[in-house]
Design a protein. Sequence first.
Length: 506
Amino acid sequence: MMKPYPACLGLLLALAASARCQAARISPDEMNRDTRQVFDASMHWDEQFFDPAIHLVRRPAGGQHDTLALRHLVRESSWYALGLLMRDAPGDRQRASGILDAVLQQQFRTRGVRWYGTFRRSPEEPDPTAKTEMWRGYDPNWREFIGTTFALILREYPERIPPTLAKRLYASIDLALQGEIDERRLAPGYSNIALMYGFLWDFAAQHDQNAVWQKQSAGWVESVYRLFKQHESFEEYNSPTYYGVDLYGLALWRDLGSSGRMRSLGSEMEQTLWRDIADFYQPGLRNIAGPYDRSYGMDMESYVSLVGVWMRTALDASIAPLPELNATTDHLADIWLAPHMALLGTRIPPDALTHMKQFQGDHLVHKQITDQRVATAWVGHDVLLGGESTSLTKDSGTTTQFHPATVQWRTPTGPIGWMRLVQSPPVDASADRHGLTIATKGTIRLRLHAKGLVAARITARAWDLPGMRVDVDSDAKGFALEARDDEVDVIYPAMTRMRLEVKTAP
């Protein structure tokens, strides 16, 4: 039976010589200006959407879930609880305890089902059945997102919640881990979840003094690191959202890992990842160049990305890649991870931070992702071009987050314009200083978005866009166009090759 105890006691018992036991806790008054502003924004929007009747935050209108049936958010409510305990203003402890109790009630506790140990995304969500599809009817990753949040609370603020609640949180973490172990779905290449899982497993192993879990979690940590070191990259490559989760997982490793080895590996990978982000980032355009293995958007000025939130904790609002927030901002709920960032701290290497503050000049990026995949990007003063060569192993679909060919630029009226490949058979794309080369076999669909875009100025051979012209050379057997406000899809059927020559307006 698990017993609640002061922070770090279990680590001392298990690894007294090597465990980091100085509390990382921080109050809002101790944060730097930029981190404090992000933390305050997070708490403001939590409070705007908090529903005291059921002790959970409501789903923002511009939120990240596909169905309005998810009216309250379980994961994000746990994030709010951490923020409340950090702030520790009058009434915050009581509200946090109520939230944590409500979150715990949403955990699936029947062993033997695929979703054992995870949590409903919303209390309005029906119970899964044998026919329920993963991601559509439940999300197994809530084990890691909520479990690591519980671990931070137990690690840093155990005295701010009732002992009986702390005991339930420990038990919930064990249940989540057992569900993940039983399901056997995770691979080290699923980087954002693999990193959180590695920390959570390590945390529970030390607390429970479970020698089997200690050995297994240490092996998992090494397998994730080994895969990363093959090409100094994560297989979920260049994602403005999921890289943000990677940074969270790595920060957990480097600050709270139970061994010096784990902390060192976390710090090493974190620094490498920040430098990779800086290579693709253009501060004048306030965007990370593609290609994107997983992306929710094409313009970090118009939606909340987790990398943008991390960067905002170290950059002034005037130069950070984060939009001004309102109740309908796309992916607003991602700002609610800010307390975790504030607690763990943002550690961007000085050379990478310099690149994020001021453009250091046009350059080509060439990055090996795996043995079969290569990302290239042209980071220019006026344009960002991105391409991913997959050895014709990955396709692009309208419902996927994979965008292997991308362009971004600043339009004459100010907003970012962009192009991305949204549908294709298995594809190879590469970027250079003048444009993009695309190879595939079949029909492709490219989406063009720019304020003031005029569909009549787009033909099979040339796209006359606001602030940019693109000349098209292709062996496609036809051309079609579908127009919407400020957005056009161009379709090229039965093609094998395409060259896009990109010229921005002087």
